[in-house]
Structures are given as structure tokens and as C-alpha cells.
Design a binder for this molecule. Structure first.
Ligand SMILES: Nc1ncnc2c1ncn2[C@@H]1O[C@H](COP(=O)(O)OP(=O)(O)OP(=O)(O)O)[C@@H](O)[C@H]1O
Ligand SMILES: [Mg+2]
Length: 599
């Protein structure tokens, strides 16, 4: 699924998509029915028109032959012409009313489906999001949503009316002019439909190819733009442009195949229409010649044929478009059908944090089955205390946070908060209880103020100001011409690393969770700011249970407990003093860092 072409489905499955759309129609039942009534009315109006034309032609012809008998010869055709005008107007008006009525249905469906897709994407687990390609997914959704609106409209307003119209015309020709006309029309229609269906199905592969290429090139463009700076650091603009162009080339080729096959389709359809029109007109000419039909009948047959092939032509077009939409919608539904790997247990309760004690019990974890990251880890963070985790890069420190936050599930063992297994409580209540200052803070492209407020959207201005002070952001903000209204830029890149970290800290202060996690929260700060932030953290930490991850040991000396992690295992554990006394790897690291600092 992820970014790949969807599996080739057979037709039956494809039509299933239609069934999934029915609920969207049923929301506005009355509207749909009313729109359908106007549709039928419009069709009846069109079907009446050829009869009027026949009447007019015949009467004019008769008047011409009989010369003037009375002034009446003039009135009758004029009346018919007026009725004709009225019908023509009614036809257009009813059509417009129908569209206006139905517009509401499609607009609401588009809103629903786009909303549903958005909510669904947020429900999917972190793993999905690390693998997805933003540009591609957004394109898939975009195409799917517009496909749905198209399909709803055309399912109701093109297929149905075309079928009604075709049946009416065939019926009329059959009863009015006999089996020859009826049969010829029927053969024409059947050939036309069979041909269209066959060719359209054949074209499906090209369409899928074009879609995949479209999503791929969009993914590439977005990814490249997101990495703008990296592209510049390595002066890889040409490289990026070439890669993008390679994707565009695939898209171009897919579109070309698409266009050529469209030519085959349209050409074939035109041929079928022309041959049948000619045959029908020949039949009518013969009829007029041997006196079985009037000139008016010839005109009528002609008008009906035109009227028949317009909906047929639109049916061909619509069938093609419907298939396109269905392929697009299919892709959207594929996304909607991806199941999140992390789910609330049935009957999951809300997490109740009374103390805030965290316990890891024999936790094992791997991102991929072939490489273990966390190996039988057990430790306890006593309520209200601070536990520090130190260890080499890649030893699994940030992974512990992801497990605690339930972005991933341990493969064995369990994690408990106040004795409640985190797998048995709702994700929502769990995540509400934990504040995380992440290793790499990414901000929304909004103002500093709004970014901080994100920690608790309902917080008042005073609380936000307090959080700003506690995170030592006052001085920085005072220097800014726009103050807290300063825009931070895409992903917060207009702030320095340390400023971003402080915004993240302020945000977490505002959230006020009973459990705090700091993943290298001061790694981007100079020693002076670090000391200030550490004070702020200690202030905050008084009332909470804390997990602090740090490289710099000087930031963890005050922790109640320190665990030293190596390749997913605890190799040492104790307070700073304990660890110094035991002269293990912590003590060595400490001395090395002290030396570094004093240099
Ligand atoms: N989503 C993922 N899929 C596969 N492997 C991953 C994933 N995330 C992390 N890893 C791997 O897991 C290991 C532990 O990563 P983790 O982020 O926990 O390290 P860390 O101790 O926080 O390191 P650092 O101090 O550099 O932040 C790393 O070797 C990393 O490559
Ligand atoms: Mg890390």
C-alpha cells in the first residue's frame, strides 16, 4: 500500500467502491429524490422535442402543398414552435434545479470524506508515519476526494438519465416505426457500450501507472523542498532537479500512453456512432421514398438519433471518468483501510495517575525482528523522583520514551504507571499524563505564542506568560521586534536550536502533566542557558515524576537515580555518588567529561 501501486483488482471489487458511497447519498435522502424527479422531468421535456419538430415540418410541408386555405396554416406551427421553446427552456431549467439541489450532497460528502481521511491518518501509528511519503499521501487523498464528488454526481445524473433516455428512444422508435429501426438502434447501443467497456478496462493499467507516477513525483518534490537547506549544503540542486525530472518523465510517459489509448477509445466510439447514424438515416430515406414515412418522420428519426447518441457519448465519457474516479477513490479507501498497529484494548480504562510511579518490567523491544534494541529492561521511577538515563548514542534511550508514550509496543514485558499496564489504558489518557520535551523539537509554522499555547489550547494568557518565564524565554522574546507574535517559520527553523528547545519546554510546562520526560532537553544550549533551564526543570520537577535523558552527565548529578544504558541493557544503576564510588563506566565518563569541560 504505502506509496506503491494498489493491487490490480477485478471489476467486481471495483464496483464495491460504489456501495461504500451509498451512505453519503442517504444523508440527504429527500434532496436526492427531489433531484431525481427534476431529472426525469427534464428528460421528458427533451423527449417531447423531436415530436414537435416532426409536427412543425409536416404542417409546413402540408401548408406548402395545399397553398393557403385559410390563415390557420400559419397558427398551428407557430403554436408548436412556442411549445418547443418552452420545452427547451424547461429542460435547461430543470437540469439547473437538479444540479443546485444535488450540489449540497456532494459538498457535504467531500467534507465528510476529507475529514475522515484526516482523522484516520492521525489515528495511524508512528511507524506508518515514519514510512509514509507526505507528498504522495496528500495527493492520493486529494484525488480520492474529488473522485468521490465526481462519482456521486455522475452516478446519479449521467448514468441514470442516459439509461432512461436510451430506453425511451428505443421504445418510441420501436413502436412508431417498427422493428427495423428498434433493432438497428439496439445493436448500435450494445456495440457502443461493449466497445467502451472493453477499451476502458484495457486503459485502466495506464491510468494507475499515471497516478503512481503523479504521487511519486509529488513525494519527491515535497521531500526535496522540506530538505531545502540540506540540498544547498551539498549543492545538489541539479541532482534534485534531475531526480524530480526522472519522476516527471515517468509521469509524462504514462500520460502519453493514456492519451493514445484515449484516442483509440474516442475514435472507435465515433466510428460506431457514424455507422449507425448512417444506417438509420438510410432506413428513413427508404421509408420516405416508398411513402411509409413523411419528411417529418425523417426529421424525427434524425433528431432522436442525435438525442440518443449525445447521452450515449456522455455515457462513454462518464464510464471512463467513473473508472478513473474509482481508481482514485480506491487508493483513498486503501489508505482508510490501513489498520493502526497500536489500538486501545477492548474495555480500556482511563489511566488514573495517583502517584506517578513508572515501572518497566522485563521490557524487550525491536523495531525490526532482526535487531533487538531493548533487552530485558527493568527499572522503577519512584513517584515524584527523577530518574536519569545516560548512555552512548544508539543505546536505546529515546526508544524508552517512545515505548512509555506507546508509540510502539514492547515485544515482551510490560510498562506500568501506578500499577496500571499502559497497554490496558486508553492511549488518550496515557498521553495526556505524560509531557515530553523531545530530542528534536519541531514547531508549527505559526507564532511563538501559538506554538506555546499548543501545550494546552484552553490555557489563559497569564498561564502562557508564566510558562514563557519559567522556560527563560523572556529575554529572548524581549529582543524580538514582533515579540511573541514572531513567526517561527516552517518546522520552527527560524529559531535557534536552543530557542526551539525552550519553546518546547514552555509548551510542556503549560500542559502540566504529572509525568515529565526530557530527552536531551538541554543538548542545544550553552552551559549558562543550560544551568538556567536546569533550574526551571528542577522547579517543575518538584511535583512530578521525571525521566531525564542526557549525554552531559553534569545535567544529571542531582537525579535521584541514574541508569547507564548500553545496547539496550542496564550496566550500572544508582545515584551519582554511588556510581562514582563503584568506579565503573559512569565514573570514567564523568572524569572524561570533567576534563573536557575544564579545557
Ligand atoms: N523507527 C525506527 N526503525 C528502526 N530502527 C530504529 C528506529 N528508531 C530508532 N532506531 C534504532 O534504534 C536504536 C536506538 O535508537 P534511540 O533513538 O533509542 O537511541 P538513543 O539512545 O536515543 O541515541 P541518541 O543518544 O543518539 O539520541 C538506534 O540504533 C536506531 O538506529
Ligand atoms: Mg535519542
Amino acid at each position: 500500500m504505502r506509496g506503491q501501486a494498489p493491487p490490480e483488482t477485478d471489476q467486481a471489487e471495483n464496483w464495491d467502491v460504489l456501495k461504500k458511497l451509498l451512505p453519503y447519498l442517504s444523508e440527504y435522502k429527500a434532496r436526492v429524490i427531489l433531484a431525481l424527479l427534476f431529472l426525469v422531468a427534464a428528460k421528458l421535456a427533451t423527449t417531447g422535442m423531436p415530436f414537435l419538430i416532426k409536427g412543425i415540418v409536416d404542417q409546413l410541408g402540408a401548408a406548402g402543398n395545399n397553398s393557403m386555405v385559410s390563415g390557420q396554416w400559419f397558427l398551428a406551427p407557430v403554436a408548436l414552435v412556442l411549445v418547443y421553446g418552452l420545452l427547451r427552456f424547461a429542460n435547461v431549467l430543470f437540469g439547473e434545479i437538479r444540479d443546485t439541489l444535488f450540489g449540497r450532497v456532494t459538498e457535504r460528502s467531500m467534507r465528510r470524506i476529507a475529514h475522515e481521511a484526516f482523522v484516520h491518518l492521525h489515528r495511524l501509528d508512528l511507524d506508518y508515519h515514519l514510512n509514509r511519503k507526505t507528498g504522495g499521501v496528500s495527493r492520493d487523498i486529494e484525488r480520492g476526494v474529488s473522485g468521490i464528488s465526481f462519482l456521486l454526481r455522475f452516478m446519479v445524473f449521467s448514468i441514470l438519465p442516459a439509461l432512461i433516455e436510451i430506453m425511451l428512444v428505443v421504445g418510441i422508435l420501436l413502436f412508431q416505426y417498427g422493428w427495423k429501426f428498434g433493432l438497428t438502434t439496439l445493436i448500435a447501443i450494445i456495440t457502443y457500450i461493449l466497445f467502451s467497456v472493453k477499451i476502458t478496462n484495457w486503459r485502466r493499467a495506464f491510468l494507475r501507472e499515471a497516478n503512481t507516477a503523479d504521487s511519486a513525483s509529488n513525494s519527491r518534490a515535497i521531500d526535496s523542498l522540506l530538505n531545502y537547506e540540506t540540498v544547498k549544503y551539498y549543492t545538489n540542486e541539479a541532482f534534485e532537479a534531475n531526480r524530480y525530472d526522472a519522476n516527471l518523465k515517468q509521469l509524462e510517459q504514462a500520460k502519453r500512453k493514456n492519451r493514445l489509448s484515449l484516442f483509440a477509445l474516442n475514435g472507435g466510439q465515433a466510428l460506431i456512432i457514424s455507422v449507425s447514424m448512417t444506417a438509420m438515416m438510410l432506413l428513413a430515406v427508404l421509408g420516405v421514398q416508398n411513402g411509409a414515412m413523411t419528411v417529418g418522420d425523417f426529421v424525427l428519426v434524425n433528431a432522436f438519433m442525435m438525442q440518443l447518441f449525445i447521452p450515449l457519448g456522455s455515457l462513454g465519457f462518464v464510464y471512463r471518468e467513473i473508472k478513473t474516479s474509482m481508481i482514485n477513490i480506491e487508493q483513498l479507501f486503501n489508505i482508510l483501510e490501513i489498520q493502526p498497529k497500536i489500538n486501545d484494548a477492548p474495555n480500556a480504562k482511563k489511566l488514573v495517575v495517583s502517584q506517578g510511579e513508572i515501572e518497566f518490567k522485563q521490557v524487550e523491544f525491536s523495531y525490526r525482528s532482526d535487531r533487538d534494541i531493548i533487552k530485558g529492561l527493568s527499572f522503577k521511577v519512584t513517584a515524584g523522583q527523577t530518574l536519569a538515563v545516560v548512555g552512548a548514542s544508539g543505546s536505546g534511550k529515546s526508544t524508552l520514551v517512545k515505548l512509555l508514550f506507546r508509540f510502539y509496543e514492547p515485544t515482551a514485558g510490560r510498562i506500568e504507571i501506578d500499577g496500571q499496564d499502559i497497554q490496558q489504558v486508553t492511549q488518550d489518557s496515557l498521553r495526556r499524563a505524560i509531557g515530553v520535551v523531545p530530542q528534536d523539537t519541531v514547531l508549527f509554522n505559526d507564532s511563538i505564542w501559538e506554538n506555546i499555547r499548543y501545550g494546552n489550547p484552553s490555557a489563559g494568557d497569564e498561564a502562557i506568560k508564566q510558562a514563557i518565564s519559567m522556560a527563560y524565554l523572556d529575554d529572548f522574546i524581549a529582543q524580538l521586534p514582533d515579540g511573541t507574535a514572531t513567526q517561527v517559520g516552517e518546522r520552527g527553523l527560524k529559531l535557534s536550536g536552543g530557542e526551539k528547545q525552550r519553546v518546547a519546554i514552555a509548551r510542556t510546562i503549560l500542559k502540566k502533566p504529572p509525568i515529565m520526560v526530557f530527552d536531551e532537553a538541554t543538548s542545544s544550549l550553552d552551559s549558562q542557558s543550560e544551568q538556567m533551564i536546569l533550574k526551571a526543570i528542577q522547579e517543575m520537577a518538584k511535583n512530578t515524576t521525571n525521566l531525564v535523558i542526557a549525554h552531559r552527565l553534569s545535567t544529571v548529578v542531582n537525579a535521584d537515580q541514574i541508569i547507564v544504558l548500553e545496547q539496550g541493557r542496564i550496566i550500572e544503576q544508582g545515584s551519582h555518588d554511588d556510581l562514582m564510588l563503584s568506579q565503573g563506566s559512569y565514573a570514567q565518563l564523568w572524569l572524561a567529561q570533567q576534563k573536557e569541560d575544564s579545557q
